[in-house]
Design a protein around this ligand. Structure first.
Ligand code: FES
Length: 272
């Protein structure tokens, strides 16, 4: 027998037509809940980060050398002494963030991330909002044309993210400091915890997985790369969790540095 295709409006990629179902969706569960949570979570984070980046204050605790990741590396001539580890080549115009060299790359890295793409395509563009729920838009061209074809630059943004993670690692090391020399406080635990999570998120990236094990014909001939690939693959299954965890640790680290710097509370010190 010959299978007949269900009739319905042809989608514009010439793939299979959608079944002729009158209802918008046959799903009866709360399919709208995950995209709603994603929308609220991502919107709240973006608003918080934007406000903080343009605040231009409370980003550095001089005594303990705590620098928030949102201002690292601090490059404008507004940067307080000690925070500017790499010089101050940028003017202090309010529209220029202290970390103007790194923030655009971080934004690019996250915006083009395979997980975040899924998250905001569903929660913000409703394209589609969930499995088996129709797209809110009449036309669908995927990521094959301008502007979404630029999502492909994710693999290059990955290299920038590695460099930025190295800078954040340096910041976390520098923070083991007190006015009397070596120091260790709750802020160090938060800064180090954030950096560890940032590395796990970065290394679990799909591009990293491809770099370690992609384009190989025989894993047996590349045992070292196979090992790395196996490790990255395991982490990769947690990429979504790590994407959210790092949003949390970044906001927590920034808030802690802001609170200590503003004098809302003092750092809990164990040494120094
Ligand atoms: Fe998410 Fe690369 S896929 S960071």
């Amino acid at each position: 027998t010959t299978a007949t295709r269900p009739s319905g409006p042809a989608d514009n990629r010439g793939a299979r037509a959608r079944a002729a179902i009158a209802a918008k969706t046959l799903r009866t569960d709360r399919w709208w809940f995950p995209p709603l949570v994603t929308f609220v979570g991502l919107a709240a984070w973006v608003i918080y980060a934007t406000v903080r980046v343009f605040m231009h204050k409370w980003y550095f605790v001089e005594d303990y050398h705590y620098l928030t990741p949102f201002y690292s590396p601090c490059l404008t001539d507004r940067c307080v002494e000690g925070a500017a580890e790499f010089g101050t080549p940028l003017p202090s115009f309010w529209l220029i963030p202290e970390a103007a060299f790194t923030l655009p790359f971080l934004l690019l890295f996250r915006l083009t991330c395979y997980y975040y793409r899924k998250a905001y395509y569903r929660a913000f563009w409703l394209s589609p909002p969930a499995c088996a729920v129709p797209d809110a838009h009449g036309k669908y061209t995927g990521e094959t044309r301008f502007p979404l074809i630029f999502q492909n630059i994710h693999r290059y943004a990955f290299y920038a993210a590695v460099i930025i993670s190295l800078i954040n690692t340096w910041d976390a090391i520098r923070a083991f400091q007190s006015p009397s020399g070596f120091g260790f406080g709750l802020g160090n635990i938060i800064l180090v915890g954030n950096v560890v999570m940032l590395w796990l998120y970065t290394v679990s990236c799909h591009s990293c997985r491809h770099i370690t094990g992609g384009r190989l014909k025989h894993f047996s001939k590349h045992p070292l790369r196979y090992r790395f690939w196996t490790f990255v693959s395991k982490l990769n299954t947690r990429h979504m969790e790590l994407a959210w965890i790092t949003l949390g640790t970044l906001a927590l680290t920034d808030f802690y540095v802001m609170a200590v710097s503003a004098g809302w509370f003092s750092d809990l010190r164990f040494i120094g």
